[in-house]
Ligand binder design. Structure first.
Ligand SMILES: *[C@@H]1O[C@H](CO)[C@@H](O)[C@H](O)[C@H]1NC(C)=O
Length: 405
């Protein structure tokens, strides 16, 4: 009851940002100061790739309303950008639209993306990614394409050899690119006769700015349908967060600081439901940025499930939801090869490790906070790089029982 009273204070603040989110990404906001983060080429690109990420997330999340979801959108943006370097002008335009690049008017787009990848890829932030285009053995590939992509992103697209060796080769490459953390990327070879396949993978292990003194105690987590599971949770009293409630979305939002300007946002709906559609639909880069400006510092008794899990997805069918159905039929990859070629698979795997580890929590002499934040029912989360605003991970946790990497 106490926590409820406390949170009511935030209501007027949050209703402001909700009304802005409905204006959509393409429109100007009335109040410029809320979006001041997205002013440079890099941060504008960060906002664009985040919006692509939210769109992709929605497409994936709506496929199965009752599943856990995890995506690292920046690695998908990267591999599709690599692919766009082999596309005709028309096809590039179609891809840029889906990737949300079309609003940027950035003549140096590829360099800007490289800068963003460099800044979000520093060791302290805990994210490592791997992204590569794989081409069928039968294709007569134009060497210029391989050269351009390698020059720009440091990874040349690779032509397959056919046979079992490819699988090992791809999995080894992904493992190497993610410090050995993303294993068994593919469990079976690419389908036969697919011309182009893309691979994107990410590993995230963030370190808390403030660690948790208690980890892995088994606590109750309510899942949709009225049952409860017992799962490992991290717990800390007097934990500093930024917090607020959104009355329109009927949820509590907490932003928890990690090291090197990374933070995780937790959206905890008031009701126990795996259906987070209303919340999911509101997500845009601007919405999250506006929201972050309205959250207020608070010290809470925080309980958060240990989020160590992986997710593997084939994203190719989702691209149609992002306005790419025409492009999928006729991808115009004429700078890759003169032969007709289509996009086979868009494989994506993410491994996330969110454990108690972090700076040692400074022992406090103050009495335990009365305000509790128990993340103990289905919630949505996102990991954001605060310096650029780039979305690093987005996901939904509906049942944390038996999570596995
Ligand atoms: C989820 O909730 C939304 C909005 O409340 C509703 O329109 C939709 O039908 C629900 N989806 C499922 C699968 O129950």
């Amino acid at each position: 009851m106490k926590s409820l009273t406390f949170l009511l204070v935030f209501v007027p603040l949050l209703s402001v940002c909700r009304s802005q989110s409905e204006t959509g990404v393409d429109e100007e906001l009335g109040d410029e100061e809320h979006v001041e983060l997205f002013t440079t080429a890099t941060t504008k690109l960060a906002a664009a790739t985040s919006d692509f990420g939210y769109n992709l997330y929605r497409a994936l999340a709506s496929q199965d309303a009752s599943s856990n979801v995890l995506l690292a959108p920046l690695s998908v943006s990267t591999v599709l950008t690599q692919l766009s370097m082999g596309a005709s002008e028309t096809a590039e335009r179609q891809l840029y639209r889906a990737l949300r690049y079309h609003t940027l008017q950035d003549p140096q787009l590829h360099n800007t993306l490289r800068d963003l990848l460099t800044s979000t890829g520093t060791t302290g932030k805990g994210l490592s990614t791997a992204a590569r285009v794989y081409l069928s053995r039968r294709l007569r590939v134009k060497p210029e394409f391989l050269r351009l992509v390698e020059q720009q992103f440091g990874t040349a697209p690779k032509q397959l050899m056919g046979g079992a060796k490819d699988l090992k080769d791809i999995n080894d490459w992904v493992s190497q690119g993610t410090g050995g953390k993303v294993q068994r990327f593919l469990t079976k070879p690419f389908p036969r006769n697919t011309g182009v396949n893309t691979v994107s993978a990410a590993h995230f292990k963030g370190k808390w700015e403030n660690g948790f003194s208690q980890s892995n105690s088994l606590e109750s987590f309510q899942i949709d349908g009225g049952t409860t599971v017992r799962v490992p949770m991290m717990h800390q009293d007097n934990y500093p967060v930024k917090m607020g409630v959104d009355s329109d979305l009927s949820c509590t939002i907490a932003q928890i600081q990690m090291q090197d300007s990374v933070s995780i946002f937790v959206f905890l709906p008031n009701d126990v439901s795996a259906n987070l559609t209303t919340l999911e639909e509101s997500l845009t880069a601007e919405f999250v940025q506006d929201l972050s400006m309205t959250l207020l510092p608070a010290e809470v008794s925080l309980m958060l499930p240990v989020l160590s899990f992986s997710s593997t997805n084939e994203l190719q069918p989702l691209l149609a939801d992002l306005g790419l159905s025409d492009w999928l039929t006729s991808p115009g990859l004429e700078k890759i090869t003169a032969q007709p070629v289509k996009l086979g698979t868009v494989n994506h795997k993410v491994v996330m490790e969110m454990v108690a580890e972090g700076n040692r929590y400074a022992s406090s002499t103050s009495p335990p906070s009365h305000l509790a934040l128990r993340v103990d029912k289905p919630f949505l989360f996102l990991v954001r790089d605060e310096s650029s605003g780039a979305l690093l991970l987005v996901g939904r946790m509906v049942n944390p029982k038996n999570l596995r990497i």
